[in-house]
Design a binder for this molecule. Structure first.
Ligand code: GLU
Length: 441
């Protein structure tokens, strides 16, 4: 049985990069009828905030990425203590007392000598008496996992065969001097306890994976299948790390992006498959294959979300938006007509507000100097509202007869006078929706 998890740290709002991870894990679970866990990685009590936990849940719900189970690392500290004890008993866990400054100095020295900045394991040489003395002087130490210095191999779902020499990696710190468990251990304990079978996460976690594989093995767990998707860059290949804050899902939502647009793009971007709008998660899951994603950085352009949003909205029936249309104040007998005219002419749902404002309060007319008399003459021939489906045809025929104008010279000034725009919906379809004509003066 497939079990996946999305494991955000509630230290901020989730962004487009997190969505990619969440979605891939969600789709893998859904496709195989498995379980998708939302795991809140809140081992850092200072930075983790309940408001972000709530926000993460809201964002996932908005997208329709429903989880089968929620877990919180802060509820599981006993399990991490037990695992730490187990590793200690096995001689795989050791206490270190170097200060951050000392560690930094060691790293600089190694780099100066052209060596990789790997922790030198000096703490392994400390006697019990040394440790007591250090503890008395500096307080509790931090704890590192002792890696077996051999090659760590796995077949990655995206990157293929990976082999990392454990000797080139520092023994990871799993407990800080203040007693806080670090994610590296907590994640391993959770993945083992929760029977996680597939882990998809960003390629910034590749080294973590190497060390975590050894930890899982030490704890007697089954190593899940790992896949590391590439990281997103901006449209020109620039790093997104600083901009991700502005690509929070709630900001995209506020700007009118539809969940279907986000999901359709992120489930295919960076893969060998084309991006097309798909309306449901079932359609998105269909054909999703993690192995079809490439390892090269994936270019992401938020502007791509708008044509997809437009496409999605165009395909919706009134029933899907009727509450919003009613909330705008569109009378129910005009709702069908309003939606069928506007849905072709909006980028996001937010544009509906301006449409109804224009129709109900009247558009600011645009009248070119040379058309002034013509428009005035035409307005005198326009019957009173309400208009109907025949109004445009009968009115323009009457205006044509009275003025002798025809074709574009006839229609364009009238369109601009009634809508304030040179482009837009078919005027015959629009007329029945126009409540007020400002151009009448
Ligand atoms: N909390 C970790 C992160 O957000 C989770 C990584 C993982 O998926 O294991 O980076």
């Amino acid at each position: 049985m497939t079990t996946t998890r999305f494991a955000p740290s509630p230290t901020g709002y989730i962004h487009i990069g997190n969505l990619r991870t969440a979605l891939m894990n969600y789709l893998i679970a859904r496709k195989s009828g498995g379980t998708f866990i939302l795991r809140i990685d809140d081992t850092d009590p200072e930075r983790s905030k309940q408001e972000y936990v709530d926000a993460i849940k809201q964002d996932l719900e908005w997208l329709g990425l429903h989880w089968d189970k929620v877990e919180r690392q802060s509820d599981r500290l006993d399990r991490y203590h037990a695992a730490a004890d187990q590793l200690r008993d096995m001689g795989r866990f050791y206490e270190c007392f170097e200060t951050p400054t000392e560690l930094d100095l060691k790293r600089k020295k190694q780099l100066n000598m052209g060596k990789p900045p790997v922790y030198d394991r000096a703490a392994l040489a400390l006697s019990d008496a040394d440790k007591d003395a250090l503890r008395a002087e500096r307080g509790n130490g931090h704890w590192r996992f002792k890696l077996d210095q051999e090659r760590i191999n796995w077949t990655d779902g995206v990157l293929g065969d990976i082999s990392i020499d454990a000797a080139s990696v520092s023994d990871p710190v799993l407990i800080r001097a203040d007693g806080q468990f670090l994610y590296t251990l907590a994640s391993v304990v959770d993945d083992v306890d929760m029977g996680v079978t597939n882990v998809v996460r960003g390629s910034d976690h590749v080294t973590n994976t190497a060390t975590q594989i050894q930890m899982i093995q030490a704890l007697g767990g089954t190593v899940p299948t790992f896949a590391h998707h590439s990281l997103l860059t901006g449209p020109q290949g620039e790093s997104l790390s600083k901009r991700l804050g502005t690509l929070a899902l709630r900001d995209l939502r506020a700007s009118g992006v539809e969940p279907a647009a986000l999901l359709s793009l992120m489930a295919r971007l960076g893969s060998s498959q084309p991006v097309e709008i798909r309306s449901t998660l079932e359609e998105i899951a269909d054909g999703f294959e993690i192995s079809q994603f490439g390892s090269a950085p994936t270019k992401f352009d938020a502007d791509d979300l708008y044509p997809l949003t437009h496409k999605y909205l165009q395909g919706l029936e009134l029933a899907a938006v009727s509450d919003e249309v009613a909330a705008l104040g569109v009378p129910s007998e005009l709702a069908e007509q309003f939606w069928s005219v506007t849905r072709e002419n909006i980028t996001t749902r937010k544009d509906l507000v301006a449409w109804w404002d224009m129709l109900s309060n009247g558009a600011d007319p645009v009248i070119d100097q040379e058309d002034r008399d013509f428009v005035a003459q035409a307005m005198a021939l326009l019957p009173d509202a309400p208009f109907n489906a025949e109004t445009w045809q009968s009115w323009t025929t009457a205006v044509k007869d009275a003025t002798g104008r025809k074709g574009k010279g006839l229609f364009m000034p009238l369109r601009k006078a009634l809508t304030g725009q040179a482009h837009g919906p078919d005027m015959s379809a629009l007329m029945p929706l126009i409540q007020v004509v400002k151009a009448r003066g």
